[in-house]
Write a protein that binds this ligand. Structure first.
Ligand SMILES: Cc1cc2nc3c(=O)[nH]c(=O)nc-3n(C[C@H](O)[C@H](O)[C@H](O)COP(=O)(O)OP(=O)(O)OC[C@H]3O[C@@H](n4cnc5c(N)ncnc54)[C@H](O)[C@@H]3O)c2cc1C
Length: 390
């Protein structure tokens, strides 16, 4: 390998463009990002864009703390901004509150802002929300939401400024080994060049791209839906994002976040892997919202928020969570193919974690090991937990 390796990144979503940006910032600038459509037209542009650091998992919190700092930096050269309207995760039992108290301790360790609320505090924070079945919550005033297109554009701008190229409407279909390099071949059999390092950041198409590169990527796609809700009475609902799903509970529950004056995004969320054994074809799935799902979300909102019965379901959309088979991200090289790097399995938290994921991939590419997060060496894509049957 030469001292300035050539790098191809397949996929121009949050994972690929973040990897491009951090790799260029670390000094390797001979980068081409191949994007089958346009940046952020995959899952990244279909996201609810919620950013929160209200979790009691240390690994997640470390990644998100990094993300929180980096998202501010993106605003210095682009129109990206994190709308810091706050985020609250409710507790339904005292046990949940204990878990949230443990999360607060971790937040303090990492300098992440957060606040434990009792039931009265929760009621005061979210006016009109029925709280009789909640005992409290964990609130981050500096969390909020973002736009996936803006996030990707911020990564893209900086990467290009540092010398990277982004080729839109260019799909990688095959590859061949040429000495120690990899030649990429497009869908129309076009020669897309030879590269020292190839990064698979194709999101829900990651397993297909992995196959084209001669490796495996154990990711299953789950379809998730988002409803748009409008109110006849237009005044903006000035509330933080509310998550009534409790991690580990297994119960799909309502989330809402403001979108604009008199409008909200909402859905029913669970983080548990659905384990249906099925994956959804990224080229062929229903991108709309199901009517019965929208009605269920509407009913949940009306029963949860007093006086919100003037709501109107205004459509919505669906997208895919690329879910890693063991629930952890896949970032790093393959043992037998060290010049193929996987950056995938970002599931339902890929925008939140895009900075940390991209930075970790970039450290593998430039330094040969991840340094910012001590646990990141465990995230290699050929680890045993992804392939229990060998
Ligand atoms: C409904 C929904 C709600 C979500 N809500 C949130 C949220 O609130 N907060 C949060 O943090 N995350 C959320 N997410 C998750 C987040 O959006 C994803 O984890 C993230 O976008 C994944 O990014 P990615 O770059 O891996 O994939 P993608 O954004 O899908 O990017 C992959 C790209 O690769 C391209 N590609 C595929 N195949 C090829 C090929 N052969 N050649 C070239 N290019 C190719 C695709 O066109 C695509 O642009 C949500 C996702 C969905 C679907």
């Amino acid at each position: 390998m030469t001292s300035t390796p050539s790098i191809a990144i397949v996929g121009g979503g949050a994972a690929g463009l973040s990897t491009a940006m951090y790799t260029a910032e670390l000094g390797f600038t001979d980068i081409v990002v191949f994007e089958a459509r346009h940046p952020a037209e995959g899952s990244s542009g279909r996201s609810a864009g919620i950013f929160n650091r209200q979790t009691n998992k240390m690994e997640e919190l470390q990644l998100r703390a990094f993300g929180g700092r980096e998202l501010d930096r993106l605003s210095t050269w682009s129109s990206f901004s994190l709308v810091r309207r706050g985020y609250v995760r409710v507790a339904k039992t005292e046990e949940h509150m204990e878990a949230y108290a443990a999360a607060r301790a971790l937040q303090d360790e990492l300098g992440v802002p957060g606040e434990l609320l009792d039931q009265a505090g929760l009621a005061a924070l979210v006016p009109g929300m029925r709280v009789d079945d909640f005992v409290g919550g964990l609130y981050g005033a500096e969390d909020g939401h973002m736009d996936g297109h803006e996030l990707c554009e911020a990564f893209r701008l900086r990467a290009v400024e540092l010398g990277a190229q982004v080729r839109n409407r260019t799909s990688v279909a095959h590859s061949e080994q040429v000495g120690s390099q990899v030649r990429l071949i497009g869908t129309d059999n076009s020669d897309l060049g030879t590269y020292d390092i190839v990064v698979n950041a194709a999101g829900p198409s990651g397993p297909l791209v992995a196959e084209a590169l001669g490796v495996r990527q154990n990711i299953v796609n789950e379809r998730h839906q988002i409803c748009m809700v409008e109110f006849e009475d237009r005044p903006e609902r000035r509330i933080p994002a509310v998550q009534t799903y409790v991690p580990g509970s297994g119960q799909e529950s309502l989330w809402v976040r403001t979108e604009g004056p008199g409008s909200l995004l909402a859905g029913l969320h669970t983080q548990e892997i659905r384990d249906t054994g099925e994956t959804i074809d990224p080229e062929n799935f229903n991108e709309k919202v199901d009517m019965d799902y929208a009605e269920a979300v509407g009913e949940e909102i009306v029963s949860r928020f007093e006086g919100w019965d003037d709501l109107r379901l205004a459509g919505g959309w669906s997208g895919l969570y690329p879910v890693s088979a063991d629930g952890r991200f896949q970032i790093g090289p393959y043992h037998d193919r060290p010049n193929i790097i996987s950056v995938g399995g970002l599931g339902g938290v890929g925008l939140t974690n895009a900075p940390a994921v991209g930075r970790t991939a970039a450290e593998w590419i430039v330094n040969g090991e991840p340094t910012t997060f001590s646990f990141a060496t465990e995230l290699v894509p050929d680890r045993a937990s992804l392939y229990p049957e060998g």
